[in-house]
Design a protein around this ligand. Structure first.
Ligand code: CP
Length: 303
């Protein structure tokens, strides 16, 4: 039985295979419409979500399966003190596969220890978000036609941004990828990630606070939200929240074939005027999230 806790649980060959399956689902949805007939996905969301939970649910319905679950901890027995481990063990009696989001880093790993069914980490605190990374990889692959030979700018909250951490780990395994890390000093990529992924693998990397300076270099611009829920101090959040706001003017020096991604939700960091720019692909990215989660469900259920 396989779980997905960290994007590094999947080999590059498996990533490429899942991207290929997702593309086949897009081209031939009828082939997949009954693959999960009679099966159930449980979505256990102890933290808010729109895209991840609903795309998982849409994915399972489109595979012919059904869905059960909860969307807030307060409506589950976690509110009475039940452990994550007991919750997962219980839900495994009702469902064939579980997708869970939890505010505590490492909670999905704890959930796997006594689980009788595959568990998917749908985001754990500021740690990892592997299915967002699968979504990002499918989007980059569809937009650019490759996952190598790319300069990727990651901008915003690189400290708490779990989607950033997972994406750096995943992209570090493809050839000739350069990272440009754009953040305020206080929200830089954690040292452990720099040392264990970027430095250890000898990857090219530039750190800056200046988005406009590096804009002309970028093939991908991955914008992120400064996450209020991760700050201990409201003053710090208010000071940093509008550090970067992408506008049409700031894109004037960007490449014509730049792709602008954002895991969403957005608050202020991309002005709505940018949405009409053909380089803005973040709503295509939302749709890709459903297709790649269909591919993931199939893989973990051996379908
Ligand atoms: N990208 C993402 O994880 O969005 P949600 O928080 O809406 O699931």
């Amino acid at each position: 039985m396989r779980h997905l806790i960290d994007i590094m649980d999947l080999s590059v060959e498996e990533l490429d295979e899942m991207i290929a399956v997702a593309k086949d689902i897009i081209d031939n949805p009828e082939k997949y419409a009954h693959k999960c007939d009679g099966m159930k996905l449980a979505t256990l969301f102890f933290e808010p979500s729109t895209r991840t939970r609903l795309s998982f649910e849409a994915a399972m319905y489109e595979l012919g399966g059904n869905v059960l679950g909860f969307s807030e901890a307060q409506s589950s027995s976690a509110a009475k003190g039940e452990s994550v481990s007991d919750t997962i063990r219980t839900v495994g009696c009702y469902a064939d596969i579980i997708a869970m989001r939890h505010p505590k880093e490492g909670a999905p790993v704890v959930g796997t220890r006594r689980s009788t069914v595959p568990v998917i980490n749908a985001g754990d605190g500021g740690h990892n978000h592997p299915t967002q990374t699968l979504t990002d990889l499918l989007t980059i692959s569809r937009e650019k036609g490759r996952l190598n030979n790319l300069t990727i700018g990651l901008c915003g909250d690189l400290k708490f941004g779990r989607t950033v951490h997972s994406l750096i780990s995943a992209m570090s395994r493809y050839d000739n990828v350069k990272f440009v890390l754009i953040s305020p000093e206080e929200l830089k990529v954690p040292e452990y990630l720099k040392e264990e992924v970027i430095i250890r693998n000898g990857l090219e990397c530039e750190e800056t606070t200046d988005l406009e300076k590096v804009m002309p270099e970028l093939d991908i611009l991955y914008m992120t939200r400064v996450q209020r829920e991760r700050f201990f101090n409201e003053q710090d959040y208010l000071r940093l929240k509008d550090s970067y706001i992408l506008t049409p003017e700031k894109l004037e020096t960007a490449k014509e074939d730049l792709s602008i991604l954002h895991p969403l939700p957005r608050v202020n960091e991309i002005s709505v005027e940018v949405d009409d720019d053909p380089r803005a692909v973040y709503f295509k990215q939302v749709l890709n999230g459903k297709f790649i989660r269909m591919a993931l469900i199939l893989k973990l259920l051996n379908k």
